[in-house]
Design a protein around this ligand. Structure first.
Ligand SMILES: Cc1ncc(COP(=O)(O)O)c(C=O)c1O
Length: 362
């Protein structure tokens, strides 16, 4: 007899990340995983290399230096920060600690895929609330909350749609939720947002004991390979996370690179400026080609194609692939007529626009 896997596990469709290469091509333009075109700060890369002779040492399981650096950078209490192997790990740990069989984990229809995967992996029921114009709908989320709801994950800005909820909408959501529902504001793209009605979530964390903010070093800091994220929590939630996480859940080179990345504010600014320049440019160009390019507060744009298969997203993806460009297909997000394109630098975005123009011209 085979070992018996727990209910829910085999319902999980494994997460398929963005492709990294194309058969037969040496050089590709990777725009499928919202990675930074600038890469990491040279100081972060140096901090990583500097640990090459120390690989036999366990990391600091308390991530003290990094939590202090995050606290200084964002004016937060380090005691309320918990680091993880990417924010993905923290999504999983929160779900494991706060939800189980019979419970519901709520998110919006086109929210980040890991929320449903995390829910199923603990035997909880994932519940997707309807969106309005590819944007989380506070009223629909409130209406979808039941006595079984334990966690609500809100990606803000949302991946893959790029949509954003202003601070007052998130606050209204929190106020309408029962106190025992944990609101997790996943602000993976916070550093890219320039709108002044935005709040990444820390003010709401401070205002009570039932909101957590998640952040990552994978996006603007360009450290996706190292797997580094963090949660800013009420003390009780930090305590819970510190009980369920692995004692050495973040690798030493990741901790060191994170500290160095935060110290290089100039590099972070350059990454933001690059995005501020090329994202609107790309949306304008795509719009001029007759494509629907959804507004985005992140470092990516959702492109919507015609329903006609010959002109559709799959055909466009193959066309781009033939030119060495890798966008992200969106069928797994329930958006089969869309592709998500990460914002790269000038050369990459020029190549994408040229390819899209050729595709549109047929
Ligand atoms: C909204 C959102 N949350 C979390 C993550 C996971 O990031 P990490 O690399 O820190 O695990 C991503 C990555 O794409 C994301 O888009």
């Amino acid at each position: 007899m085979a070992p018996i896997v727990r209910p829910g596990i085999l319902d999980i469709a494994p997460y398929v990340g963005g492709e990294a290469g194309l058969a037969g091509r040496q050089r590709v333009i990777r725009l499928a995983s919202n990675e930074s075109p600038l890469g990491p700060s040279p100081r972060a890369a140096e901090a990583y290399r500097a640990l090459a002779g120390e690989l036999h040492r366990y990391p600091d399981g308390g991530a003290h230096a990094l939590r202090e650096a995050i606290g200084r950078t964002f004016d937060l209490d380090p005691a309320r920060i918990v680091c993880g192997a990417g924010s993905d790990e923290l999504i999983g740990l929160l779900t494991r600690a706060y939800a189980g069989p019979g419970d519901e984990v709520l998110f919006s229809r086109h929210g980040f895929l890991m929320y449903a995967i995390a829910a199923k992996s603990v035997g909880a029921t994932p519940v997707a609330a309807a969106e309005r114009d590819l944007t989380a709908d506070v009223d629909a989320l409130i209406a979808a909350t039941t006595a079984r709801t334990r966690i609500l994950f809100l990606a803000n800005p949302n991946n893959p749609t790029g949509s954003l909820l202003p601070a007052d909408a998130v606050q209204r959501l929190r106020e309408a939720l029962p106190d025992d529902v944990l609101l997790v504001v996943d602000a993976a793209y916070a550093e890219y947002v320039s709108r002044n009605d935005y709040e990444p979530g820390d003010a709401l964390v401070d205002a009570g004991d039932n909101v957590v903010m998640l952040r990552t070093f994978s996006k603007i800091y360009g450290l996706a390979a190292l797997r580094l994220g963090w949660a800013y929590c009420p003390p009780s939630v930090a305590d819970v996370l510190n009980r369920v996480r692995g004692p050495f859940n973040v690798a030493a080179p990741a901790l060191a690179a994170g500290v160095a990345a935060l110290a290089d504010a100039e590099h972070t600014r350059a990454a933001r400026e690059s995005n501020d320049r090329w994202l609107p440019w790309f949306r304008d160009q795509a719009g001029a080609l007759g494509l629907t390019a959804w507004p985005s507060a992140g470092n990516f744009v959702l492109l919507q194609f015609a329903a006609d298969p010959a002109r559709g997203a799959d055909a466009a993806c193959l066309f781009l692939n033939a030119r060495g460009i890798i966008p992200r297909r969106m069928a797994a997000y329930g958006l089969p007529d869309c592709l998500r394109v990460t914002i790269g630098g000038e050369a990459d975005m020029g190549a994408v626009v040229d390819a899209l123009a050729a595709f549109v011209a047929g």
